[in-house]
Design a protein around this ligand. Structure first.
Ligand code: PLP
Length: 389
């Protein structure tokens, strides 16, 4: 068996998405900036895709900008809002994806901003009292806090945090890469200035994403300047000939994700519960990192398993790979090493000797795959115990 359980890293392309993309790779090859018929046809296709995304998210097409993926969308929100509004301070958490953390750390290292980190507890929950304290003492701030954590799955209540930002006149960006296409985002209601999406996380193509940027920003500061300068594409917000087939694939993938969301959520959640129950029943000493075993507080797509410390902790992923299982993870960084997970390292009291594996599920996984993974893990630990005897 070859089981793919790394869907937080990337997902399999939906065949219907490929079908929607193919004509843009063949007969509809015009440059959307050209004013002749070939160009106009493709321009129409892009604008239709923008309208699809905007409609699903309850916003206006004028607020959707296509990018090369989640990383560029995060960079645009962060760098352009700091530059356009002259912000001198930002607040984030140590659990963010590097697309956010490294961008903010770079700006702090250049003296452009001062950076504050919100405290987190041993389960990776943000200390909202600390966030409020930081907001109170730092007016004119950018807050960048992710919606769903890609490693431990923790979910953030965007409404609560967004309202706190409003109260303190802060700009609010949320990295929603892991929730886009898996949860509904109603931008008429959500108090956010910027959110992002990346097509390959919801069965679309790689190398394409989008930024939602509120036209005036809900914080009242007006539109941001572009991050990628060049031609007038994306209404002067993002230079460069559009990734036309990517954009079409993104819109199709999001459309499918919304149409099938409730059904897939139920199915995928049942796979996660199956894995939690079986691991608890069959593997002594198993635990779960972050809030990932709490269905109300974590992504239904992600389970971060903490395994008893053992001689083979470093070899777990390798052994699973040999057994035909693709997963990812890594324990907390040990001192002096920069390998491992910066997310687990940031959790107070996390034991770096324990193995950590992130399993992440999609609509293409099966209960049989879950059973196979659990049995393989149990066997690996049994074999090790026998070797020690
Ligand atoms: C939370 C989060 N943010 C940002 C990204 C980056 O997205 P992309 O791969 O589209 O650049 C990822 C993907 O790994 C992610 O999981």
């Amino acid at each position: 068996m070859r089981a793919y359980l790394d869907n937080a890293a990337t997902t399999r392309l939906d065949p219907a998405v490929l079908e929607a993309m193919l004509p843009l790779m063949t007969e509809d090859f015009g440059n959307p900036s050209s004013i002749h018929a070939h160009g106009r046809k493709v321009r129409t296709v892009i604008e239709r895709a923008r309208k699809t995304v905007a409609t699903l998210l309850h916003t206006s097409p004028a607020e959707i900008f296509f990018t090369s993926g989640g990383t560029e969308a995060d960079n645009t929100a962060i760098r352009s809002s700091i530059e356009t509004y002259g912000l001198k301070h930002a607040i984030t958490s140590p659990l963010e994806h590097h697309a956010v953390l490294h961008t903010l750390e770079h700006l702090a290292s250049r003296g452009i901003i001062k950076l504050s980190l919100v405290e987190v507890d041993e389960k990776g929950r943000l200390n909202l009292a600390h966030l409020e304290e930081l907001l109170r003492t730092h007016p004119d701030t950018l807050v960048s806090l992710m919606h769903g954590n890609n490693e431990i799955g923790n979910l953030l209540d965007l409404e609560t945090v967004g309202n706190l930002c409003r109260e303190h006149n802060a700009v609010f960006h949320s990295d929603t890469v892991q929730t886009m296409g898996h949860y509904r985002h109603d931008l008429q209601q959500l108090p956010v200035d910027f959110i992002v999406g990346s097509a390959h996380k919801f069965h679309g193509p790689k190398g394409v994403g989008f930024l939602y940027a509120n036209a005036n920003t809900k914080s009242g500061r007006g539109p941001i300047h572009p991050f990628v300068h060049g031609g007038p594409q994306e209404r002067n917000m993002r230079g460069g000939t559009e990734n036309v087939y990517g954009i079409v694939g993104l819109a199709k993938a999001l459309e499918i994700a919304y149409a099938e969301m409730d059904q897939h959520r139920q199915y995928i959640e049942s796979l996660k519960v199956r894995m939690i129950d079986q691991l608890r029943g069959k593997l002594d000493g198993v635990a779960f990192n972050g809030c990932s075993d709490d269905l109300t507080q974590s992504l239904y797509t992600v389970l971060n398993v903490s395994l008893p410390s053992s001689e083979m902790s470093d070899m777990l992923l390798f052994n699973l790979d040999i057994a035909g299982i693709s997963a990812s993870g890594g324990s907390a960084c040990t001192s002096g090493s920069n390998l491992g997970s910066h997310v687990l390292s940031a959790l107070p009291g996390n034991d770096a000797d324990r193995g950590a594996i992130r399993f992440s599920f999609s609509k293409y996984n099966t209960p049989e795959e879950v059973d196979y993974v659990v049995n393989t893990l149990v066997e690996l630990f049994q074999r090790e115990q026998e070797a020690v005897k």
